[in-house]
Design a protein around this ligand. Sequence first.
Ligand SMILES: NC(=O)c1ccc[n+]([C@@H]2O[C@H](COP(=O)([O-])OP(=O)(O)OC[C@H]3O[C@@H](n4cnc5c(N)ncnc54)[C@H](OP(=O)(O)O)[C@@H]3O)[C@@H](O)[C@H]2O)c1
Length: 239
Amino acid sequence: MAKVALITGSAVRIGREIACHLAAKGWNLALHFNSSKKEVLLLEDELKSGYPHQCFKVFRADLGMVDHVSLLVNQVIERMGSLDLLINNASVFVPGSLKVTTNEQLISHNMINYIAPVILIRDFANSSANGLIINITDTRITTNRGDYMAYSLSKKGVWDLTKMAALELGPNFRVNAIAPGAVLPPVGKNRIYLEKIAGNTPMKIPSGVISILKTLDYIIDNQDLTGQIIYCDGGSHLM
Ligand SMILES: NC(=O)c1ccc[n+]([C@@H]2O[C@H](COP(=O)([O-])OP(=O)(O)OC[C@H]3O[C@@H](n4cnc5c(N)ncnc54)[C@H](OP(=O)(O)O)[C@@H]3O)[C@@H](O)[C@H]2O)c1
């Protein structure tokens, strides 16, 4: 029977690319969304017609609300039959240095980007005999730049979470992280913005989603890999 993956924030951008990639590899998918209802329903239709023998279902949860997060894994297992792979992709990304970051920004970044993955991993580990977890963090965790203070702190936490969960949950669960660099411009910015950032990295051009998808395959196939982070960032983490 095809295995089941839950992808948070699957309706748009990188999450959508991950969903299409895993569907093409034969996975059944729990497509999580929050506000992108139209987009997730389009994706569901597209996947159902492209892969009629696989199962695709949508799940709404506001990861900023602890009650929603606490229900998600059980809902997926109930409706999909099992869960084999959790990809913590959903995220908020709001600029702001320490001095201007509001309490609300700190709380929302912490909840959506960091606490929600902790809860989802815990619930996955408590409800399934084995599985694989892939956390999407960010190459920014290697710097102390404060231009996205709340975001960077939350993503630094995701890397520590990855290591701690890998240590506790082995051998039945593997837990790894992917740290993209400049892959897609943030909403409101264009390709020139992205190319300017990537121009300062060793590889000089934006990494592209393909780097993330190839890394996903590598992590999924490599049964010995746990507690690792792979930077898909054109070498940005070296700077
Ligand atoms: N884009 C890049 O170049 C880049 C670079 C480094 C790291 N990353 C990381 O890669 C991942 C994907 O990046 P992206 O740019 O594709 O992300 P994105 O477009 O900024 O957001 C991805 C998803 O997060 C979901 N989300 C936001 N708030 C939520 C909430 N309260 N509850 C539930 N879901 C919520 C959204 O779901 P809805 O649309 O359904 O609301 C959205 O689809 C993120 O973890 C990001 O930090 C991206």
